[in-house]
Design a protein around this ligand. Structure first.
Ligand code: SF4
Ligand code: SF4
Length: 374
């Protein structure tokens, strides 16, 4: 069932060993088998290689329910803490599958790296603008189509993220391949794909639908709530709307020959505005929920990647909304530089941030659906 080929040396073998240890205990107990997809997947195994452990870690949606229900949790001598064991290995797995390998270390000091990359992005954009135009133009008010490109030509503004994104996409594909091979996942056909897409789009695990009650996940006070599901939804769909807005604006530019900024009621702006607001709400809510999470179930290692990723996503959407508000004033140059700096930093850090969680979680759901069909 599991991969025995250690394609990727996990950064901390101890984290995989701890997952294997608690899974052996859970496999004998099985009290939590109806809680989530992790326990049925565990029951399909008798031993747990590092690949199996990494697969289960990415299948866990970190609700904490099994910790609160566990009679073997600390201070019991077995010390079973499934959410913490899986969360720690999950974060290690992001490092282990990162490509190219030498850049994997960026995960370890993720919070600091994001801040540094963000500052680099800001300096790059502001410097490029000032080098190409005069301070008078930078601080001037520009109105109508093509106003943004007075400050920075379109080929530079679009070319920089295009180059960064191309690299990031290759890095993400390579990370996915490493994950898929190491966990020994099998392609389960289009039925499995449909099941995985449906689980991801509805986030039904976060909603607790698998328990038949749909009460969501337990908070630190152990009462259930669907807040994490709603905020994840807002973040995901807000991001997708912003992505659609950018794609539409690109079509306007190259197919219709029209230059940004567009009217407030035109589709690219409407999509971006609604998406940006939803993304702000989703990321702020995730930050709040993260704060509320019981300390006992958090990863033992603090890479800061959760907060750093949420912060940069919030910054991208918030500065985009501010730019919309001030785009016809003399603050447009400064706000555009800050927004582009945040956007460039986001794309640059994408393969080395919590963004990979979405990919590996989808891969785990896909493998799980395949396994269920035999
Ligand atoms: S988490 Fe605890 S109660 Fe749940 S299956 Fe494992 S050992 Fe049993
Ligand atoms: S924390 Fe939640 S999702 Fe993770 S193994 Fe426990 S019950 Fe399942």
């Amino acid at each position: 069932m599991s991969s025995t080929v250690n394609l990727v040396k996990l950064v901390e073998q101890g984290a995989a060993d701890e997952v294997a240890r608690v899974m052996q205990i859970c496999n004998a107990c099985r009290y939590c088998e109806g809680f989530c997809a992790v326990f049925p997947a565990m029951e399909r195994r008798r031993t747990f290689s590092t690949g199996d452990a990494a697969y289960l870690a990415n299948l866990c949606h970190h609700c904490g329910a099994c910790y609160h229900a566990c009679q073997y949790a600390p201070p019991h001598e077995f010390g079973v803490n499934v959410p913490q064991a899986l969360a720690t290995l999950r974060e290690d797995s992001y490092i282990a599958y990162a490509w190219p390998g030498p850049l994997a270390g960026l995960f370890r000091r993720n919070g600091l790296v994001v801040v540094l990359v963000l500052m680099l992005g800001l300096a790059l954009v502001t410097g490029a603008m000032l080098a190409m135009i005069s301070p008078q133009l930078f601080w001037g008010a520009h109105i109508g189509e093509g106003a943004f490109y007075v400050l920075m030509p379109h080929y530079v503004m679009a070319g920089i993220p295009g180059f960064i994104t191309a690299f990031s996409v290759v890095a993400l594909i390579q990370g996915w391949r490493r994950y898929w091979r190491h966990t020994g996942a099998r392609w389960g056909g289009f039925t499995a794909l449909r099941g995985a897409v449906s689980a991801l789009a509805s986030l039904r695990h976060l909603g607790g639908e698998h328990t038949g009650k749909g009460e969501g996940c337990p908070g630190p006070d152990e009462t259930n709530s669907r807040a994490r599901q709603y905020y994840h939804h807002a973040t995901f769909y807000g991001f997708m709307m912003c992505f659609a807005a950018t794609s539409l604006a690109t079509a306007y530019h190259y197919i219709l020959g029209r230059e940004a900024p567009y009217g407030y009621l035109e589709p690219p702006v409407l999509l971006g505005t609604v998406g940006g607001i939803i993304l702000c709400i989703g990321t702020a809510g995730l930050f709040y929920e993260k704060q509320r999470m019981a300390t006992a179930v958090k990863s033992v290692r603090e890479y800061g990647m959760d907060y750093a990723f949420i912060a940069i996503l919030f910054l991208v959407s918030f500065t985009g909304l501010v730019l919309l508000a001030v785009r016809e004033t003399s603050f447009m140059g400064l706000t555009l530089a800050i927004h582009l700096g945040a956007v460039y930093a986001f794309f640059l850090i994408m393969p080395y941030s919590k963004f990979v969680h979405g990919l590996y979680r989808f891969a785990a759901l896909l493998a799980d659906e395949g396994e269920k069909q035999g």
